[in-house]
Design a protein around this ligand. Structure first.
Ligand SMILES: C[S@@+](CC[C@H](N)C(=O)[O-])C[C@H]1O[C@@H](n2cnc3c(N)ncnc32)[C@H](O)[C@@H]1O
Length: 222
C-alpha cells in the first residue's frame, strides 16, 4: 500500500506527461499510470541502483511502453516543455533548490510538485525570490512525521510579510493538519532557544531570531 505522503503527492497530479525526478523504487511513476493520472512518465534517478529497482517495478506491471527511465541528475534529463509536470519528492530542500537552479528554464516550463524532507524555509524563500509561485501547499502526516507538499509554477509571488511565514505559511492556517506543523515548529524553535540559553557562548543574534519567531507564532489562531 502506498504511504500517505506518496498518496498526497500523487493526488496533485493529473497530466499528460510527468517527470518523476529521484524516482527510486518507481512507486510514483507506476501509481500515476495505474490510476490514469498520467499518460506517460519519465522516471529518472541519478543512481543506477534505484533506477534498476524502478525498472524492475515497471516491468512487473508491464508499463515499459508508457514509463521511460533515464539516468542522470535532476531536470538535466528533461528538455524544456518535454514534460507538463515534475515531481521532486523525498529529497532535502537544499538538493531540490540545486536541482531547480541547475536547469531553471526547464523548471519554469512546467508545473512542479515538491516535497522537501527538510529546509522548507529555504525552499520557500528560494522559490519566491526566483520567480516561482507556490500555488498551493498541503500538509501530510504519517504518525508524528509532518511533510509539506508544494504545488509550484513559474510566476510572481509577493514576498511574505513576516519571517515566520517562511517557516509556517499563513495560508496553511486552515489546513486540518495545521496544528501538527505548528506544534512541530514550536518544539523545534523552543529547543533551539533553550540550547542557546544554556550555552556558555550564546549566539545572541540567533537567540533573538528564534525568540522573535516564537513570539510571532502567537498570532496564529490555534
Ligand atoms: C529518498 S529517495 C525518494 C524517492 C521518491 N521520490 C519518494 O519520494 O519516495 C531519493 C531518490 O533521489 C535520488 N536522487 C538524489 N539526488 C538526485 C539528483 N540530483 N537527481 C535525481 N535523483 C536524485 C536518489 O538516488 C534516491 O533514489
Amino acid at each position: 500500500m502506498l504511504t500517505e505522503r506518496l498518496n498526497c503527492i500523487i493526488n496533485y497530479v493529473n497530466n499528460e506527461t510527468v517527470a518523476d525526478i529521484g524516482t527510486d523504487h518507481g512507486y510514483v511513476a507506476t501509481e500515476l499510470i495505474r490510476r490514469g493520472q498520467a499518460k506517460r512518465v519519465i522516471a529518472a534517478d541519478v543512481r543506477q541502483g534505484p533506477l534498476n529497482a524502478a525498472i524492475e517495478n515497471i516491468n512487473k506491471y508491464g508499463m515499459g511502453d508508457v514509463i521511460e527511465t533515464r539516468l542522470g541528475s535532476g531536470l538535466s534529463v528533461i528538455k524544456p516543455y518535454e514534460s507538463d509536470l515534475a515531481v521532486i519528492a523525498g529529497m532535502g530542500g537544499e538538493l531540490i533548490i540545486e536541482i531547480i537552479k541547475a536547469d531553471i528554464e526547464t523548471a519554469r516550463s512546467m508545473e512542479l510538485v515538491l516535497q522537501p524532507m527538510n529546509a522548507q524555509y529555504e525552499l520557500r524563500l528560494f522559490l519566491i525570490e526566483n520567480g516561482f509561485m507556490i500555488e498551493k501547499e498541503d500538509i501530510v502526516c504519517e504518525g508524528n512525521r509532518v511533510y509539506n507538499v508544494m504545488i509550484v509554477k513559474n510566476g510572481h509571488m509577493e514576498k511574505f510579510e513576516k519571517e515566520i511565514y517562511y517557516h509556517i505559511p499563513k495560508y496553511l492556517e486552515n489546513n486540518p493538519k495545521f496544528y501538527m506543523l505548528f506544534n512541530k515548529k514550536k518544539r523545534e524553535f523552543e529547543k533551539i532557544v533553550k540550547g542557546l540559553k544554556n550555552s556558555n557562548n550564546t549566539d545572541i543574534e540567533r537567540l533573538e531570531y528564534y525568540s522573535s519567531l516564537l513570539s510571532e507564532m502567537e498570532e496564529y489562531s490555534i
